[in-house]
Every structure is written in structure tokens, then in C-alpha cells.
Design a protein around this ligand. Structure first.
Ligand code: ADP
Ligand code: MG
Length: 227
């Protein structure tokens, strides 16, 4: 019965989100449309043009990741299961996140790394780590440090992602991953929901510790496989 209730509850959330998703996606589309309109003007300076293009690309990326997050929650299954080289994947994520971090005066560091292998879907692992890292950067409006840490503990790969941002109190930590929970102007509150569902289908665990005004630390644990 509990399973049935969970399924119904999830169905309700999924359809709720479907309704709000059109709104979340329409916003960036409207903004981008506006910029395209402006670009038609011959008088626009080169600098302005560049700015409109960059902002449009940013907005389109935002719409894209909102849709990806939504689909992941609606249908949380692993598709291309393979052995993943965590060390390699974390370096990849750092490369992806770096430009975004630099833009926000955030320094990204790889504190410790190790050759560790887990089983899962590469795309989903990326989505999960990127969502956490983006939140971390967004929590450091005045700049700061984002560090990645990889080690093994009792047959598990432990990934720690730490920021020196605004932090959260216990009540805020408890709300993480509930649909629409967001404290940001342009937030969707889908990111952490997706993180939790990906960690779960990959057989992992997620732990959050935080100190208001000092920073937050996300610890992910996945069973390791030998290679
Ligand atoms: P969004 O980023 O769209 O707001 P998320 O689900 O990704 O939605 O995150 C939900 C909320 O959790 C954020 O709005 C923020 O308040 C809080 N949060 C997540 N990660 C952090 C972090 N590293 N530091 C402080 N707050 C965080
Ligand atoms: Mg987010």
C-alpha cells in the first residue's frame, strides 16, 4: 500500500511540475527571443551584440537543463550502464564547472584524487555532480572556494564537494530535494530533487553538512567495483 501511495504522490508531483515547467522554459525563450529581435538592429555595437549572444546562450542552456532535470525525475532509470572511472569523471566535471566558477570569482580545487571505479550511467553522474557544483558556486556570491575530494572507504568511493558559501541551517537541509524548494530568484528547485533520485538509482548515499555563514559539504558514496 505504501508503495502505491508513493507512486500516486509521485504522479501528482510529476504532473505539478509539468505544469510549472512550461513556465520555467518559456521564460528563457522569451528572453532569448527579445535578444534576437535586438540583434536585427544594424545600429547595435559589436560589444552589445556579443553580450546579447552570450546572454541568449545562457538562457537556452538554462531551459535545456530544466528540461533534463524534469525528465530525470519523471523517469529515473539508468540507461547506458557502464564502469565509470570516477577520477576521470571528476576531472571532466571540474573542466565543465570552471568557466562558470571563474565568472563568480570561485576557485575550483581538486584536493585529493584516486583511481576508483563505480557502476552507473555517465550522463546521470555528470548531471548529479553538476547540479551540486552549480548550487555551490551560487552559494558563494562574493567568491570563494569549491573543492572536490575523492577517496575510498569500506568498499565505497566517497566524493566530497565542499564550498565556502552562505551555508544552510538544519531546517533548510531537511527541505533539500523537495520539489520546488528554492531560495533563488531564478531557481527551479528541481536540481537537488534530481540529485537525490540519481544517487538512489545508482545505489549511492548522500550526506549534507553545513554551517551558516561558513559553507556546505556534500558527501556522495557509491559502491566500488574492481577493474
Ligand atoms: P535551485 O538551485 O533552482 O534553487 P536546487 O534544488 O538546486 O534548486 O536547490 C534548492 C535550494 O537548496 C537552493 O535554492 C538553496 O537554497 C539550497 N542549496 C543547495 N545547495 C546549496 C549550497 N551548496 N549552499 C547553500 N544552499 C544550498
Ligand atoms: Mg540548483
Amino acid at each position: 500500500l505504501l508503495d502505491e501511495i508513493n507512486k500516486l504522490e509521485k504522479l501528482r508531483i510529476v504532473s505539478d511540475i509539468a505544469a510549472s515547467i512550461s513556465h520555467e522554459v518559456r521564460n528563457p525563450l522569451t528572453v532569448t527571443r527579445g535578444f534576437l529581435q535586438l540583434l536585427k538592429d544594424d545600429q547595435v555595437t559589436k560589444d552589445k551584440k556579443q553580450m546579447y549572444i552570450d546572454l541568449s546562450l545562457q538562457e537556452l542552456d538554462r531551459a535545456d537543463s530544466t528540461i533534463t532535470d524534469y525528465l530525470t525525475f519523471a523517469k529515473p532509470s539508468l540507461n547506458n550502464i557502464e564502469i565509470l572511472d570516477l577520477n576521470k569523471e571528476i576531472n571532466y566535471i571540474i573542466d565543465i564547472v570552471n568557466p562558470y566558477a571563474l565568472l563568480h570569482n570561485v576557485e575550483v580545487k581538486l584536493e585529493k584524487n584516486k583511481d576508483l571505479y563505480i557502476v552507473g550511467e555517465k550522463q546521470k553522474l555528470h548531471q548529479c555532480l553538476i547540479n551540486i557544483a552549480k548550487n555551490a558556486v551560487e552559494a558563494m556570491s562574493g567568491g570563494g572556494q569549491l573543492s572536490f575530494h575523492l577517496e575510498s572507504r569500506d568498499e565505497h568511493a566517497v566524493v566530497k564537494i565542499k564550498d565556502t558559501g552562505i551555508g544552510m541551517n538544519q531546517e533548510q537541509i531537511n527541505r533539500l530535494g523537495t520539489p520546488y524548494y528554492s531560495t533563488k530568484d531564478k531557481g527551479t528547485g528541481l536540481g537537488m530533487m534530481v540529485v537525490y533520485s540519481i544517487v538512489k538509482i545508482m545505489g549511492g548515499k548522500l550526506n549534507v553538512t553545513s554551517v551558516v555563514g561558513e559553507g556546505t559539504s556534500f558527501t556522495l558514496e557509491f559502491p566500488v567495483v574492481n577493474r
